[in-house]
Design a protein around this ligand. Structure first.
Ligand code: SF4
Length: 253
């Protein structure tokens, strides 16, 4: 075997010791890079989407939302209260509130100050109490005390936006809407099912690819999947029902 001379060693070590040039641009963070790669993955085929939702359905045929409510009105109030709050936190407050006020009339009779007392453990409670009273007034004045059944009307209520309308239309009236919260947004992007930069893009993407037979429950399957399996920081890919279909480049299986 040829011996390496001292001169050759010196040359090799000097090459190794040359400091690397700093790149002009800072490296992109891995999650951003991965999100871009996921968006570039080949789209799911119709058969793959059908397979994924068939598995969700088999595992949980009747998925339920976790926001407690007694009727469409209390569902509407619970969703308005849930902005930037957890379902569990909202439920702890609304159990007592809905026991005394489960209609707009009873909520008005209770008054803003008492509503505030019931919900003071929820973030932004002052503003939310004001909205609950204002939306109850509007329901009585313009909708005969009933929750309206169109997106435009629901979105016209104080404190209610597109997500609120989607949840109420889906859960109270059985419409095939797709409410995109933080979990659905993450799952839609990571899996490559419906990549999008905004909740609306993901919502429209999901509506486009999910077959109608799954749309009634699709919102809950995706929320539950994001909340308990496809976790934000450490997705549990090893127990994920759709790990063979998922396009996420960083999945751990
Ligand atoms: S394989 Fe992992 S990243 Fe993909 S959906 Fe399942 S849990 Fe999420």
């Amino acid at each position: 075997m040829a011996k390496i001379t001292r001169a050759q060693r010196a040359k090799t070590s000097s090459v190794r010791s040359v400091p690397k040039k700093k790149s002009a641009k800072p490296a992109k963070s891995p999650p951003k890079r991965a999100a871009k790669r996921a968006a570039r993955q080949k789209p799911w085929t119709a058969a793959e989407v059908h397979e994924a939702f068939s598995r969700f359905r088999k595992a949980n045929p009747e998925p339920k939302g976790e926001l407690e409510h007694l009727n469409p009105y209390t569902l509407l109030v619970a969703v308005v209260l849930s902005a930037q709050a957890t379902d569990a936190g909202v439920n702890r407050a609304t159990r007592a509130l809905f026991a005394v006020a489960d209609t707009p009339e009873k909520m008005l009779a209770l008054g803003e100050e008492k509503v505030r007392d019931y919900i003071r453990t929820i973030g932004l409670y002052r503003n939310k109490a004001r909205n609950v009273i204002a939306l109850s007034e509007k329901l009585i004045a313009e909708f005969g005390g009933e929750v309206p059944r169109t997106r435009t009307e629901i979105e016209s209520l104080p404190g209610a936006g597109r997500k609120t309308a989607n949840v109420v239309l889906n859960m109270a009236f059985g419409e095939h809407t797709m409410a995109v919260d933080t979990h659905v947004f993450r799952v839609g992007n990571r899996t490559g099912l419906a990549p999008g930069k905004t909740p609306l893009e993901v919502e429209l993407g999901l509506e486009k690819v999910i077959p109608p037979e799954f749309m009634l429950h699709a919102h809950h399957w995706l929320i539950l999947h994001g909340r308990y399996t496809c976790l934000a920081r450490s997705p549990r890919c090893e127990v994920c029902l759709i790990n063979d279909l998922c396009r996420w480049p960083e999945k751990t299986v």
